[in-house]
Write a protein of this length. Structure first.
Length: 323
């Protein structure tokens, strides 16, 4: 059927044969399959698995051809990784919601050690002229992570929307004007009580939970700069250019994947639990929550708790590259 030469040759051929048997046309798949095969044979001849590094090497090589090509290639890889996972082979699946504009962004999922080191760097931070800033950053980043908040939700959170008796945090008019209530863990609540005791004494004139010296929320750029600084502090001896790009938003990604990992490890039925995570994180649809599953290919390919027929209904865009 083809002249594929890379270590993916058999898998590419088998996938195309499957698509054709289901009524598709081989010509729909061959051009991008051939391009991917040639790239792998030329640049990754010894690689026999589709991991994140390989996926993004190919997408970066596609960038000179423009956004349409990059996004089409990404959609092809999503379809191919779905196929590989379905036949029991581990493969990295690109989250389609990060394919926007000119940039390719993949969430960085912190390991336990990395997360511990980052928060250690935050804990040891001291500002020479503003000791309150140290407490603010400590509480802000921990609340963002432990409650799975969007960075903006934490930055713009008002003092009146935090109940220190119940641990409830009211997120009001967030993305798409949606509101919800999240509940802090006992440890987070204890930390928040200590923070608020100081905050109410030094910034009582501000309505915001995490006010700057002017009484208004810190900017996204300020928090991002601080977070990158702490990540560098947590990786001493590693040249800056070798560190991966990270965002404050990655704390929210880490929260979601940590929850899913916990469910997988304990054998909980993820299909029935996704709506709970959707509500907690404030997603407007189940797709936004379910895509986190595909950041964990090494788990999902082996897990008996995922109904892939249902996942196929949730992720129709996995086949967009066919159109």
């Amino acid at each position: 059927m083809n002249d594929f030469k890379s270590n993916f040759a058999n898998d590419l051929s088998n996938m195309i044969q499957l698509k054709v048997s289901l009524g598709g046309s081989a010509n729909t798949y061959l051009p991008r399959a051939a391009a991917f095969d040639t790239f792998c044979y030329t640049n990754h001849k010894d690689r026999d698995g589709l991991n994140k590094a390989l996926a993004f090497d190919w997408l970066k090589a596609s960038m000179p051809s423009g956004n349409i090509t990059v996004n089409s290639n990404a959609a092809f890889l999503r379809g191919f990784s779905f196929y590989l996972n379905s036949v029991g082979k581990e493969a990295y699946c690109i989250p389609d919601r990060f394919m926007t504009g000119k940039d390719i962004f993949v969430p960085y999922i912190f390991t336990d050690t990395e997360l511990r080191n980052v928060f250690s760097a935050i804990d040891h931070f001291r500002h020479p002229r503003n000791p309150f800033l140290s407490l603010t950053l400590n509480a802000y980043f921990r609340l963002t992570y432990t409650c799975g908040l969007r960075p903006m939700e934490g930055r713009e959170l008002k003092r009146s929307n935090v109940d220190l008796n119940t641990g409830e945090v009211q997120i009001v008019n967030s993305k798409r004007h949606m509101s919800r209530i999240v509940v802090m863990s006992d440890d987070m609540l204890s930390l928040m009580k200590r923070y608020v005791a100081v905050r109410d004494a030094v910034a009582s004139d501000s309505v915001y939970l995490f006010p700057s010296s002017k009484g208004v929320p810190y900017t996204a750029a300020f928090m991002q700069k601080k977070f990158v600084h702490f990540f560098r502090e947590a990786n001493p001896g590693v040249p800056e250019e070798f560190l991966p790009p990270i965002r404050v938003y990655d704390l929210r990604h880490r929260f979601a994947t940590a929850v899913l990992n916990k469910w997988l490890d304990t054998g909980i039925d993820i299909n029935s639990r996704l709506p709970y995570l959707q509500t907690y994180m404030g997603h407007s649809n189940i797709e936004s929550t379910a895509y986190y599953i595909h950041i964990l290919p090494e788990n999902i390919s082996k897990s008996p708790t995922i109904d892939w027929n249902k996942m196929g209904e949730i992720f129709p865009r996995a086949e967009l590259w066919e159109e």
